[in-house]
Design a protein around this ligand. Structure first.
Ligand SMILES: [Zn+2]
Length: 525
């Protein structure tokens, strides 16, 4: 069962100004599946998510809305970000806000330590700044504007003009860490994954790092630099520190030692912040670097990256209102190879819902329970002598349990689900071939019928345990129908095939009910 290992997983903290779209939900679900899996394996698991609330962009929006930036952040956390987690059934252990006192105080502590250690100096900086990105842009990050911005240089991500800023700032001596970072990437090839993201970052660092401007004087919505309160901390420097301030850095050494280092799940577009700036900051502070930075791919809709600024954003509840949270979770984890870009379409979602969830898994569970009810009055029959097909199902249960766990340890979530689905498919084939309805017609086949249904019940129970991290709601309903002991999410997942159930089954409502076709094209509210 548990080897007592610690698994600390994080999502990026989300910028409160954004409206949640399925790209955010995708990151959350991936981290959640990993957390639920490890928790169910008995690992010492901690799952952190939260919100990024400082910076000029938030100050401007709040001012435009006639409220303070803190009021603005409170409103968005309450009306947008916390509800998102409910919509997609996220099991986070903590939710950090960068306006939390535990965060602000310890950002200052961290910064002071870097300052005292000589890693921070004062300098002049002039450059093009994108408020949307909250970052200075290199010339190569700018493109020619079009339309109302024709003739100006604009940010390639936001398509909006950049501002020429000149500031007297504090700088972090990041350039001193180029070689140590390259050594880290070399000694620990898994530090950055997948390979494509790793290669891009390694070649970026090989070109040499410049020092990083880490304070701003032009606005005051941020954490104050402890030795010079006329400056606030650069929002990315502030935000990255959430991963340790939430874990106890500066105020709970025992918790921090137990949890840190973390596995960071991020979009590949911000992998550079997490795999370059962040470990350099930690090295400077004498702290351990993260366990891993995993940069997942983009969701594409009609070939374009999903984001609000590109106007292709889809709100997660547009999907969950029709299909439910389990289907949302299953679809994005199954249909897209985690780490690669993937296309979302309503047609694909609808087709997989019907074929895989409703017909493949849901119908299998319903049929098995209905047959035990019909032929054995709801009492799970004992198995007699196992024939080869029965033994094959049991072997598959053991094999896919180990294979899925191995896939999860490599963050290959899609592969873990594909492994488990082999059991779904084999069980469906098994029932078709064994024809329990035919066996039921001759009392001479009573023992054989019992063996087949016992094997099938064992199989769907194993599926409930293995699928609980991905489709928690359906797994829990199935577990209840099997009269399983305790909660399905407490069943040791690394020995899923050894689950203990009751001696009877109860009625099971359809796990994935039929959806009217008019609702599955996305036009339903
Ligand atoms: Zn930008």
């Amino acid at each position: 069962m548990s080897d007592g290992s610690s698994f600390y997983v994080t999502t990026p903290i989300f910028y409160v100004n954004d409206v949640p779209h399925i790209g955010h939900a995708y990151t959350e679900v991936a981290a959640d599946v990993l957390a639920r899996w490890h928790r169910q394996a008995g690992d010492d698991t901690w799952f952190l998510t939260g919100t990024d609330e400082h910076g000029q962009k938030i100050l401007r929006t709040a001012t435009a809305n006639g409220v303070t930036p803190k009021e603005w952040a409170d409103r968005l956390v309450e009306t947008a970000w916390q509800p998102l987690l409910k919509t997609i059934d996220i099991s986070n252990d903590d939710f950090i806000r960068t306006t939390d006192e535990r965060h602000e105080v310890n950002v200052q502590l961290f910064l002071q330590r870097l300052f005292d250690a000589g890693y921070i100096y004062t300098g002049e900086y002039e450059g093009y700044y994108c408020v949307g990105c909250e970052e200075y842009k290199a010339d190569s990050d700018l493109v020619d504007g079009t339309g109302e911005y024709a003739g100006q240089k604009v940010c390639a991500i936001h398509s909006k003009p950049v501002e020429l800023l000149k500031e007297r700032n504090y700088f972090f001596k990041m350039s001193e860490f180029s070689q140590r970072l390259l050594d880290l990437y070399d000694e620990n090839p898994n530090f950055i994954q997948p390979e494509s993201v790793r290669n891009e970052i390694v070649s970026f660092v090989r070109r040499g790092l410049t020092d990083l401007s880490i304070s701003r004087q032009t606005f005051d919505w941020g954490v104050k630099v402890p030795w010079d309160e006329s400056h606030v901390v650069y929002v990315w420097f502030d935000a990255l520190l959430n991963y340790i301030t939430a874990a106890g850095y500066g105020y709970d050494d025992e918790a921090f030692a137990r949890r840190w280092p973390a596995t960071h799940i991020v979009g590949k577009d911000i992998a550079r912040f997490h795999a370059v700036i962040w470990p350099a900051m930690l090295m400077a502070a004498g702290l351990e670097v993260p366990k891993q930075v995993f940069g997942h791919g983009w969701l594409l809709v009609g070939g374009e990256k999903m984001s609000k600024s590109k106007l292709t954003g889809i709100a997660p509840n547009q999907i969950t209102d029709t299909f439910g949270s389990d289907a949302f979770r299953y679809y994005f984890m199954r249909a897209i190879n985690f780490g690669q870009d993937g296309s979302f379409s309503w047609e694909d979602l609808s087709a997989r819902y019907q074929a895989e969830l409703a017909n493949g898994f849901g119908n299998l569970a319903s049929r098995v329970i209905a047959m035990v009810t019909r032929y054995f009055d709801g009492v799970v029959p004992d198995a007699g002598v196992l024939d080869a097909p029965d033994q094959a199902i049991r072997d598959t249960e053991v094999r896919v349990t180990a294979a899925a766990d191995d896939a999860i340890s490599r963050l290959a979530i899609h592969e873990a689900i594909a492994q488990v689905w082999q059991l779904v498919d084999e069980l469906n084939g098994y029932i078709t071939l064994q024809e329990p309805w035919a066996l039921s017609k001759d009392p001479a086949n009573r023992e054989r019928l019992g063996t087949v249904l016992n094997t099938a019940v064992r199989g769907i129970g194993t599926l409930a345990v293995l699928l609980s991290p991905v489709i928690p709601e359906a797994s829990s309903k199935l577990w209840t129908a099997l009269n399983g002991a305790g909660a399905v999410s407490d069943q040791p997942i690394r020995s899923a095939f050894d689950w203990a159930g009751g001696t009877t089954v109860s009625a099971l409502e359809p796990l994935f009910p039929r959806i009217e076709s008019s609702e599955s094209d996305g036009s339903a509210a």
